[in-house]
Design a protein around this ligand. Structure first.
Ligand code: SF4
Length: 358
């Protein structure tokens, strides 16, 4: 066992060099785009494109498990059309996920290869790592993926089940170790990271996950559980003790492109019911969508702080006010009042069920 671990360990020196290089790239990227807070900013260098809006896990803090919107997958022809336009417009980084699990799209590896062949500098995904086996992992890594982030939100099998709603702990840890081993064997330059959403269920297990996974990954990021862009206000006081502080300003409508699995351009990476969609890329092109009147008017509202009635207002202010979609034809309209009430009951019941099923 010890030998196995030694074989898989990444030397600290190469790990640091690799991370330093990536951090420098990210810093220069953000530095170059701090001047974009205007009504019609230039096209960003980064795009998140959701291949599938569904997820095989039911994380307790996540809006995905309560999402009412139909599950859909990105059509291949539309993917090609959008990334061709993005490439022509100077987009360099492409994240193939947003609200869903990217491995739920059976063409993920084809899409990664296509994007890399077309010249995208950095192609990355975030996954729960539970749907896959070694064969599929090899395929996606061989396609040229630059970064894989595993979402592991607990430090033990029991807590993992309580958070993720699935008993996939062993499988996921095995997959992470395999990716580390395969990267070393194939000499691929790919970043491997873990994100860990800290809740009251898992807050005392941070050291456990570090001890278990640090030898195999380049970084482990701990993020406090939030309210999922204002949808999961129910998390406060249950999964996290304190109320989230207010957000003064949000950069997302200015410095990143977000495309839903249906092919809609939206302001946000976690727009579960399409309340912030501004254009249908099946019908229009990326540059026209980025500069259309709906998008410009939402940026004006962000700049002036006039966001009442939009999801962004609830996200930034921690409130459960009535809210309306920007374009009702592209959204999945919900009964907002009932949603906020029912999501609180649901969280309590779901936690009890998971306790009983342990
Ligand atoms: S303010 Fe709007 S765009 Fe920004 S994170 Fe919140 S919901 Fe998303």
């Amino acid at each position: 066992m010890l030998n196995d671990i030694k074989e898989l360990e990444i030397s600290s020196k190469s790990k640091i060099n690799f991370l330093e290089k990536r951090m420098k790239e990210e810093l220069s990227f953000h530095h170059n785009h701090n001047d974009c807070l205007v009504e019609s900013p230039p096209i960003p260098k980064t795009m998140l494109l959701d291949l599938c809006n569904g997820c095989n896990h039911k994380c307790i803090f996540c809006m995905s498990r309560l999402m009412d919107r139909k599950v859909s997958r990105m059509k291949h022809s539309l993917f090609t059309k959008i990334i061709d336009q993005a490439m022509d417009l100077g987009v360099e980084e492409l994240g193939l996920y947003a609200t869903g699990e990217p491995f739920m799209h059976k063409k993920l590896e084809d899409f990664v290869k296509e994007a890399k062949d077309k010249g995208f500098r950095y192609v990355y995904i975030s996954t729960n790592g539970a749907l896959i086996d070694e064969r599929r992992l090899k395929k996606v890594i061989d396609s040229g993926l630059d970064s894989i982030k595993f979402s592991v939100n607990a430090g033990s099998r029991d807590a993992y089940y309580k958070v993720h709603g699935k008993d996939d702990w062993k499988k996921v840890i095995k997959n992470i170790k395999f990716v580390s081993k395969y990267r070393k064997k194939s000499k691929k330059k790919m970043l491997i990271s873990v994100s860990y959403i800290v809740t009251n269920i898992s807050k005392n297990q941070k050291k456990d996950i570090e001890n278990l996974l640090s030898p195999f990954v380049d970084e482990i990021m701990f993020w406090d559980c939030g309210t999922q862009q204002g949808f999961m206000l129910a998390n406060q006081g249950v999964l996290i003790d304190k109320k989230e502080s207010k957000i003064d300003f949000c950069n997302l409508p200015f410095n990143r492109l977000h495309v839903t699995s249906e092919g809609f351009l939206t302001l946000c990476c976690t727009d579960y019911e399409n309340y912030l969609t501004v254009a249908d890329l099946n019908e229009t092109n990326l540059i026209n969508a980025w500069n259309n009147q709906l998008f410009i008017s939402m940026r004006k509202r962000h700049l002036s702080g006039d966001l009442k009635g939009a999801l962004c207002y609830n996200c930034m202010n921690n409130t459960d006010n009535e809210m309306f979609p920007i374009d009702s034809d592209l959204s999945n309209q919900i009964d907002v009042k009932s949603f906020y009430l029912e999501s609180r009951d649901n969280l309590r019941i779901e936690l009890e069920n998971r306790d009983n099923n342990k």
